[in-house]
Design a protein around this ligand. Sequence first.
Ligand SMILES: [Zn+2]
Length: 235
Amino acid sequence: MMGRSHLIIGTGVSLSALQLMGMQVTAPAVTVALIGSLLPDIDEPNSLLVSKALPSSLIRLLQTVLLPAAVFVYFYVQAKPWNLLLAILIGLVSFLPSRSLRKVLMFAIGLGLVFYGHAFAPWNLIAGSLLMLSTTLTHRGLTHTLYGTAVWTGLLYTTTQQQSPEIWVAGGSAYAIHLLADSLTNRGIRPLPPLKLRIRANLMSTGTKHGAIVENVCVMLTLILAWIAFSPLFL
Ligand SMILES: [Zn+2]
């Protein structure tokens, strides 16, 4: 399913549910619902979340900067032959396809968070490690399981325990709805590995004409639900 549909369905359904349950739809709840609806696809470098956080322009800039950086390293790093090896390595990275370069960048940001993000302790360690880990995962792997849902919801729960419950309910349900939406596709999800159990409604495959119709129907249903939940506020 496309990121745009995930964003609308995940956020729309979770916030409508919040409203229907009589909970407050606060700005932090909306924020975590938006993130939660896209977060499972962090294991896919070309997904909406990752490509918005690390846009193509940034990747192109990185590619442009890396070549002069390689030359600089070659001439200014004194330790031979490491300067040559390092320069070749940096040069090679600049020629990686943007998908792989995004992974390299995610890994570097994760590493940076772990080592330099002390101000956010201990969350720098958790977020940094998760970011590095996610670059090694195959798409629709660990992030598309009940374990992934539990970790994300648990993180929200423990960090926002002092505040109202809207935040973890909105974030957790938006994440779970992403998995439900993916289970409509022909590929489905495996919610409890290593168990072979696969949830797969086989209604659509992403990127096809038929798939787009199914996605649009889900989006329409979400908008109707949102109307039912929120229209009494305005009438
Ligand atoms: Zn997904």
